[in-house]
Design a protein around this ligand. Structure first.
Ligand code: 6PG
Length: 629
């Protein structure tokens, strides 16, 4: 990937764009194009007759300039001068090349510019015309803003210093994910600075050595000194933190703060708790530093080739980093980035947390399915072959990796037979369960998968209990492969229903306005829970929030229900542990009931605590208390 760039120099008429472009072009030895030379015939006529151009007139002209930029980028960097006063003009100019453009905004006050124009021989611009330019000017945020009070030589010097020698994006923390993201950014043509701390004899020259090992990083800058790292970045600085979630983020923020300036942007790309993200957002706001919490999914490979990214915070600030995140993100089937602005506060980390909750269940369901097949005496290769055949109806990333895992052998035995059956976790499934409890949403599937992991961890106590309670002779469940497949599909639907329902609730409670279809879309690529089902949900969420009301899903549930009942009951009878599979059908039975057993609970509450209850024969909803004895 080349590092050629287009330098767009913009600003109102008379700010000195051409002068600066000329000087810069000589200094950098790259061509300079004046946008005004590319107007179509009609625009030229219109301007000659003294009429102002409207947005429609500008459309094709801006597209021509964008094409010109794209063509130049094949062989060289270049400079293009264009007033580009509105955001939407710049969007056209940036189209498909936003990762290769640098914006230089020559900024001055109305009076400064008026004076300049009037000083120029043979030039005159009415105050009204100039004022109209200031009226429509939408100052760019993601740009190098240069004060026109500086001399042209100093302006060029500043542009050179800031844009040529400094990096566009900083990556803090070179663990597995940080390293992959650095390579991804560099592979996409971004000039980056990379930082990793120095710890004597433990972490020494990490960034420098990393740079040396990968040719794509040859233009990147490597640091183990925070001050040097920060000052190597263009302003406003954009720094992505890829450090361990938790207290470390706060320490890193404190270390960075003395070196940052107003409007710099920190992006937390770790699995941080969404409530903490909100706190950090508010704290940094008080210091005039922007904070974006961004969930990043896809593991090491995703980070390198294209992760799914879930950013949140202030939407205008997101626009300033959007190019970087959307360029490095995975692409969906329509080639759109698997990265979209989620909402305010910690909504990005919230949805990433629920993503992980859904992930826990998807993993647990596969583990249970394999357990059932083992009870039917299939070996791992045979199970892998069966799962392979499921790809046609229910493909997913986790299904695919599980097939690989089942086939992996060490010497003559399958590797999975050698792996200790104690599942670890880093906390996101735990937080999802807590969030669901706090928001009052029945996320029973996530809880079941979480507690299955916790149960596995009690290995010694489990072994003890098995001596007392496990059936001595094993019996085989009477179930078909087809029924297992259908039970699995059923449970996955319930899992996705519950996960998205939790997000919907949080979005309502916190006013995040999360677009569930867009969220499903960015989860169709790059992330751990990408699947065919997720792709279907993109469409489903376009017409409703509740997937259980979708006609196709409803019919699927009705079709699959018999199998899940059969599989679950057979497993229970044969002592096969299937906490998540069984929860899926239990949930539906509990949920799809007009009359539940909760009347008994209400009566009990009223009996011992006078908590009152409502009556079916009083539609007013009034609360009653009874003297039960
Ligand atoms: C992802 C993963 C990733 C990580 C989890 C694992 O989306 O890329 O979810 O974030 O692998 O943190 O979580 P546990 O250690 O809790 O299983």
């Amino acid at each position: 990937m080349s590092l050629y760039k287009v330098f767009f120099i913009m600003g109102v008429s008379g700010c000195g764009k051409s002068t600066i472009a000329n000087l810069l072009s000589k200094e950098l030895n790259i061509p300079f194009f004046d946008g005004d030379d590319y107007h179509p015939e009609n625009n030229i006529k219109k301007m000659a007759s003294g009429q102002a151009l409207n947005d429609d007139d500008r459309q094709s002209w801006l597209e021509t300039l964008n094409k010109l930029a794209q063509k130049q980028l094949i062989h060289n960097s270049c400079i293009i001068v264009c007033s580009a006063l509105k955001e939407k003009y710049r969007e056209i100019l940036n189209r498909d090349i936003s990762n290769k453009t640098n914006w230089i905004y020559l900024s001055g006050t109305f009076n400064q510019i008026k004076e300049r124009i009037n000083d120029r021989e043979g030039h005159f611009m009415s105050s009204d015309l100039l004022q109209s330019q200031f009226d429509i000017l939408e100052e760019p945020k993601d740009c190098l803003k240069v004060d026109i009070n500086l001399s042209p030589e100093n302006i060029v010097k500043k542009i050179k210093e800031e844009l040529m020698n400094k990096s566009e994006f900083g990556l803090f923390g070179l663990g597995v994910m940080g390293k992959s993201l650095c390579r991804n950014l560099a592979n996409n043509g971004f000039k980056i600075s990379m930082f990793n701390r120095h710890i004597d004899a433990i972490e020494v020259d990490v960034a420098k050595k990393f740079k040396e090992n990968y040719p794509e990083l040859s233009n990147s800058l490597a640091f183990d000194d925070i001050a040097a790292f920060v000052s190597s970045l263009q302003k406003p600085r954009r720094i992505m933190l890829m450090v361990n979630a938790g207290k470390t983020i706060d320490y890193v923020i404190e270390d960075l703060l003395p070196h940052l300036s107003e409007n710099d942007i920190l992006i937390d790309g770790g699995n941080s708790n969404y409530l903490k993200t909100k706190e950090r957002f508010d704290y940094l706001k008080s210091k005039n530093i922007h904070f974006i919490g961004a969930g990043v999914s896809g593991g090491e490979e995703g980070a390198l080739k294209g992760p799914s990214i879930m950013p949140s915070g202030n939407e205008n600030v997101y626009k300033e980093i959007k190019t970087f995140l959307e360029t490095i993100a995975a692409k969906d089937k329509n080639n759109l980035p698997c990265c979209t602005y989620i909402g305010t506060e910690g909504s990005g980390h919230f949805v990433k947390m629920v993503h992980n909750g859904i992930e826990y269940v998807e993993m647990q369901l596969l583990a249970e399915v394999i357990t059932i097949f083992q009870s039917l005496e299939y070996n791992p290769d045979e199970i892998a072959n069966i799962l392979e055949s499921w790809k046609a109806t229910t493909d997913s990333y986790l299904l695919e990796i599980t097939i690989d895992i089942l086939r992996k052998k060490e010497e003559n035995d399958w590797l999975i037979h050698k792996i200790v059956d104690k599942a670890g976790n880093k906390g996101t499934g735990n937080w999802t369960t807590i969030a669901a409890a706090q928001l009052g949403v029945p996320n029973t599937m996530i809880a079941s998968a979480l507690f299955a992991r916790y149960t596995s961890f009690f290995k010694e106590e489990r072994t003890e209990a098995s001596k007392n309670f496990e059936a001595s002779s094993k019996s085989k469940p009477n179930i078909s492969i087809e029924a297992i497949s259908e039970a699995y599909q059923f449970a996955r639907i319930i899992n996705h229903y519950q996960g998205f329902r939790l997000i919907q609730q949080a979005s309502e409670n916190y006013n995040w306005n999360i677009n569930l279809s867009e969220l499903a879309r960015i989860w169709t690529g790059g992330c751990i829970i990408k699947s065919d089902l997720m792709t279907d949900l993109v469409q489903v969420f376009k017409s409703q929030q509740n997937i259980l009301n979708d006609e196709t899903i409803k019919n699927q549930i009705l079709k699959l229900k018999a199998s899940v009942k059969n599989v679950v009951s057979e497993c229970v009878l044969n002592e096969i542990a299937i906490p998540s599979l069984s929860e899926s059908i239990n949930f539906l039975h509990n949920f799809a009931k007009e009359n539940s057993s909760a009347n008994i609970i209400q009566a009990q509450r009223d009996y011992f605590g006078a908590h009152t209850y409502q009556r079916k024969d009083d539609p007013s909803g009034k609360f009653y208390h009874t003297q039960w004895k």
